[in-house]
Each structure stands twice: as C-alpha cells, then as structure tokens.
Design a protein around this ligand. Structure first.
Ligand code: ZN
Length: 225
C-alpha cells in the first residue's frame, strides 16, 4: 500500500508532568508526518500551577513551532499553548465558543485565546490529514475532542484524552457517579469511541490519565510507527 508523503508516520508519547495526589500522569502526544510536519496534541501544565490545584511534578515542556491540536482547555492540557506563537491551533468550534464564557476555561484563557487567523475551528469529526482524525467527544467538557492516528505499522491508535481518562471507564454503561451533569454526554461519547474501536479494529486505545497503562507504553524518544 503506498502512502501519501503527508500521511502520519510516527506517534510519540510524552509525559510532561505527574500529579502525585491522584497518581496520574499528565501527557502530550506528538504526531510526525512523512513530509516532516510536527503536530502536537495538547501542551501540558502551565508554568504556574493554579493555586487551588494540588502540586504537580513537572518533568519537561515542549517548545517548537507546530500545528497544535487542542483537545480541550483544562489547565492540565492547555497550559503551554501560548508558547506556540506561530502554530496553527486546531479546536472544536463548540469548545472554543464555550470557553468564552465557561469559568472552567478562564484560567488558561491567556494560553488559548490567540488571534483568530491562527485558530482553526472544527465542526465535529474531521480528518485533518491522511492518518489523523479528530473525533468530537463532548461530555468531559462541551466540544472535547479525541484523536485517531493511523500508523503504517502499528495500525490505528485511539487517543481518548479525557473522554475516557481511565481504562476502567471504557464500557457502555459506566461513568455516572451521580455528580456529573453531563453524564449522558459522557456515556454517548464513550459509546461512540467503543463503536469506533470495533468498526476500525483498533488494537491500541490510549487513555488520558491511566498510570497503570502509561507505564507499559512506549514513551519518547521511543515511538509508535
Ligand atoms: Zn486531563
């Protein structure tokens, strides 16, 4: 099978911080295409951690000129967006609009509220380039997006991000702890991803903050090809 030079060739997993209190890794992903484009998925925690957050161990940050996929504006995902002053930002329109008024996105606003000519707003599922598909998975927040990466050797890899932060939650009827007003949306997005895994025969599903799984995965400078 011949592949377009612009198609995805590699997937790097990077731990950028760790939250000891909950024992969860904070992670970013980097996708590289055959023609040398670097596409970053999320940017990790900010230099200054919000005062109401428990402390993080910060490992490293990522600074390059890139296309940047913004899965959502929570501070453990959007904390360094503002560093990429020339990057194109790719985000769901619903999430970007929600961020304008949702207090939850206010702490990272200086990071993501960039000139509109650099922000690409998506309306639902979108194939960004051959081998890289963004999947709208509202629930965790409105307009959250997960990422499907099709690699030449590994095959399809699904990055659920926070639509499904832990492997234990990847079932059709889970994730309702009785406290979440968007439990229905979370369930719908979880089922959407379960259907996708079945339809596309996806062998590798990487959950957003699963320490146990993370320890067993290949991290940069190793990569998935
Ligand atoms: Zn998160």
């Amino acid at each position: 099978m011949s592949r377009n030079a612009s198609a995805v060739q590699r997937l790097y997993l990077m731990e950028v911080a760790f939250l000891p209190l909950y024992q969860i890794p904070i992670v970013c992903y980097l996708v590289q295409t055959g023609d040398g484009k670097n596409i970053l998925i999320d940017s990790g925690v900010p230099e200054v951690i919000p005062a109401d957050s428990p402390p993080f161990d910060v490992a490293q940050n990522v600074i390059e000129q890139l296309v940047l996929i913004l899965t959502h504006y929570d501070f453990d995902h959007a904390g360094r967006h503002g560093t990429f002053t020339k990057a194109e930002y790719v985000v769901q329109r619903v999430h970007h609009l929600d961020g304008q008024s949702n207090p939850r996105s206010a702490p990272t606003r200086p990071e993501w509220d960039q000139p509109m000519e650099r922000i690409r707003l998506l309306d639902g599922d979108t194939e960004l380039l051959p081998g890289l598909v963004l999947i709208e998975t509202s629930g965790h927040v409105p307009g959250h997006q997960s990422v499907l990466v099709r690699l030449p050797k590994t095959g399809a890899v699904l990055l659920t991000i926070d639509a499904v932060p832990f492997r234990g939650g990847f079932t059709a009827d889970e994730q309702d702890d009785g406290h979440n007003p968007d439990a229905e949306a979370i369930r719908a997005s979880t089922r959407k991803l379960l259907d996708l895994v079945e339809r596309e025969h996806i062998d590798l599903v990487i959950f957003g903050h699963d320490k146990q799984q993370w320890e067993a995965l290949k991290k940069a400078p190793a990569y998935y090809a």
